[in-house]
Design a protein around this ligand. Structure first.
Ligand SMILES: Cc1cc2nc3c(=O)[nH]c(=O)nc-3n(C[C@H](O)[C@H](O)[C@H](O)COP(=O)(O)OP(=O)(O)OC[C@H]3O[C@@H](n4cnc5c(N)ncnc54)[C@H](O)[C@@H]3O)c2cc1C
Length: 428
């Protein structure tokens, strides 16, 4: 029986481990954190789990919907259509339908029509390759119009990608518009249930998932196969799938060599930071508020309980204040109290009645390698799943291009990768 080692217990590693176990193969998954779910993991809050970083699905996320149904959680998947807005010039404008685009008063009517027409084109255009030769900044400025771009998208590119905002490739932006629905899917009670259920399903099929187990190195054994060293012992495998970021994988597997590390390990990533606040009352009536006024200390305000009911969280009103930042950014090193002191005054700009004593609880989460920098030439820097080492495979979030990262694309990649692997490994 083929022995498989899977590195990483996020959506990708867990789905890959399940598919291997379902084929009757031996599989052991290693996850550094104490719980499954990776970037989509949640924590207990009242009777539910809450994601550490805001999460929802789109109608086009069919692989995720398929897995949720397969694991018996389909009746918990709900599809509300919460309000999405931008904060601009000191007030919120709803911007989530053709009618709301036409009502978007910061722009003259003709510019609103252009904004709507360019969006409709991106929704309809099936071929993203045509857009690979331009940056999002160039394309949007040209086709949406300079004023619309500067009011709507440019501030969001700047706050997400900082000084690299002018380099982001248009094909990535296309996917954000092309694939997204206004109804948003949520697993009532938290996506953590999907990851817990995946672990159970892996175990029901004879696989093993080890948590709080960091992989330290992967080396080739002299005869055949691999030795995976973890902080709780060494394990032998015939095949290894790494779902860790490429740069981490090259550090764990020195035999991949300097040239491979130089060529593929250079894809840059941003980290993510979310301050979650529990309030005793709502702040707004909006779910997703992109902050286009660039003097705010956060780029998105996501009021989760304008999407899911507060009763799911024992009556708490929950707000994420999110940022993407270079992994060495000073905000990453600030304490929770310092971040709170920096962020709270901005809430009174959004709702003048806000007072810090509305805050009943707070949590700060940070994650490295949360958003690949999808700059010009990105497709050429993407490694294939096969590595120069036979039976060592790499499958990670950076390879979902042109899609933006998402649980769905990690699940779909795991399904495709395992389906392409031979059931038995010929002796070398
Ligand atoms: C702020 C934010 C918002 C998001 N919003 C959405 C959304 O709305 N909808 C959506 O679908 N997706 C969203 N995503 C993306 C989604 O979370 C990811 O695409 C998905 O979870 C990636 O899964 P993965 O398994 O590919 O990677 P990861 O979740 O990163 O899994 C990799 C795993 O490897 C583990 N690991 C790392 N090093 C080691 C080691 N040495 N040994 C063992 N284990 C190790 C990590 O702990 C991690 O669990 C969001 C992400 C962020 C950061």
């Amino acid at each position: 029986m083929t022995r498989n080692g899977v590195l990483g217990g996020g959506a990708l590693g867990l789905t890959a481990a399940l598919r291997l176990a379902q084929r009757g193969e031996d599989v052991v998954l290693f996850e550094r954190e104490p719980e499954p779910g990776g970037l989509a993991a949640g924590f207990h809050l009242g009777p539910s789990y809450l994601e550490k970083f805001y999460h929802h699905l789109f109608r086009s996320d069919t692989a995720a919907q398929g897995l949720i149904a397969e694991l018996g959680l389909g009746d918990k998947l709900v599809w509300p259509r919460p309000k999405t807005s931008v904060w601009l010039g000191g007030r919120a404008y709803q911007l989530d339908s053709p009618a709301s685009v036409l009502r978007f008063s910061p722009l003259p009517l003709l510019d609103r029509v252009r904004l709507g027409a360019a969006t409709a084109y991106l929704k309809a255009e099936p071929n993203y390759h045509r857009l690979e030769g331009m940056t999002a900044d160039q394309w949007l400025g040209r086709w949406m119009g300079k004023r619309a771009h500067e009011q709507v998208w440019k501030p969001q590119l700047i706050s997400k990608f900082g000084e690299r905002h002018e380099d982001i490739v248009m094909s990535w932006f296309w996917a954000r518009i092309h694939m997204r629905s206004t109804s948003l899917g949520y697993l009532r009670g938290g996506f953590q249930q999907l990851y817990n259920r995946l672990v159970e399903a892996i175990e029901e099929h004879g696989g093993t998932a080890q948590f709080s187990t960091a992989v330290k190195s992967v080396t080739r054994r002299p005869d055949a196969g691999f030795l995976v060293e973890t902080d709780s012992g060494a394990h032998e495998f015939d095949r290894v799938i790494s779902t860790l970021p490429t740069r981490l994988t090259t550090q764990l597997v020195p035999e991949l060599g300097d040239e491979y590390a130089r060529k593929y390990g250079s894809v840059e990533s941003l980290g993510a930071q979310c301050l979650i606040l529990a309030l005793d009352r709502p702040l707004t009536d909006i779910y997703w508020l992109s902050i286009n006024d660039l003097d705010f200390p956060f780029m998105a305000l996501v009021e989760h309980t304008n999407y899911m009911p507060p009763e799911d969280y024992a009556g708490r009103h929950l707000i994420y204040l999110g940022n993407y930042l270079p992994m060495d950014h000073p905000l990453f090193r600030k304490s929770e109290e310092e971040v709170l002191a920096e962020f709270l005054p901005a809430l009174a700009r959004i709702n003048p009645d806000f007072s810090p004593d509305w805050v009943t609880d707070h949590w700060l989460f940070r994650a490295p390698f949360a958003q690949p920098l999808v700059t010009m030439g990105y497709p050429d820097r993407l490694p294939p799943h096969d590595t120069p080492i036979p039976n060592l495979y790499l499958a990670n979030m950076s390879q979902v291009y042109p899609q933006d990262r998402g649980q769905n694309y990690s699940i779909a990649m795991a399904n495709r990768l395992v389906a392409s692997l031979p059931a038995t490994i010929p002796p070398s």
